[in-house]
Design a protein around this ligand. Structure first.
Ligand code: CMP
Length: 144
């Protein structure tokens, strides 16, 4: 299996709950390395650009309002099968449908306030990482 990178975000509801540490712990327990990390309060154009694929969805205005409501943390993750691994650790989009022991099941409030985001494929991972990180903001990790 090849080493992969993926993009993750810890959303404003999770910051409000004070669980950045718990989420990072679960990332590390899944044998993923955090190779980039940035906290920011996103403005509307940045969120609209990030979620452009959902622009026509009925929930889009609410999604933008929520994601601009407070600070969030952008993460670059690296590991074997990182994209699928992170999606497994997160759980399904809707916390009610997420498997037991996943972040969204344990900490999500509803389908909008679902604590975390993760890229769904190699192409989106590359795009999303580039959207938030310059190349020199992602460290080269020496795997043993
Ligand atoms: P995320 O993985 O960040 O990708 C798109 C986000 O849109 C998703 O998580 C949810 O937070 C949000 N979303 C998806 N479906 C709905 C919905 N039906 N109502 C509100 N928000 C949604």
């Amino acid at each position: 299996m090849a080493l992969e990178k993926t993009f993750a975000m810890i959303k404003p509801d999770a910051l409000e709950k004070g669980i950045i540490g718990e989420i990072c712990k679960r990332i590390e327990e899944a044998n993923l390395k955090i190779v980039g990390m940035k906290m920011h309060k996103l403005d509307r154009p940045r969120v609209e650009g990030f979620y452009a694929v959902h622009k026509t969805k009925p929930f889009f205005p609410q999604l933008v309002a929520f994601m601009t409501s407070g600070p969030s943390v952008a993460l670059a993750l690296e590991g074997e099968n990182a994209i699928a691994t992170w999606r497994e650790v997160m759980g399904a989009t809707d916390p009610e449908k997420a498997a037991e022991g996943t972040i969204r099941r344990d900490f999500g409030t509803n389908v909008e306030r679902n604590a975390v985001h993760g890229s769904d494929a190699p192409e989106t991972a590359a795009l999303e990482l580039k959207y938030f990180f310059d190349q020199n903001e992602i460290v080269q990790y020496e795997w043993m």
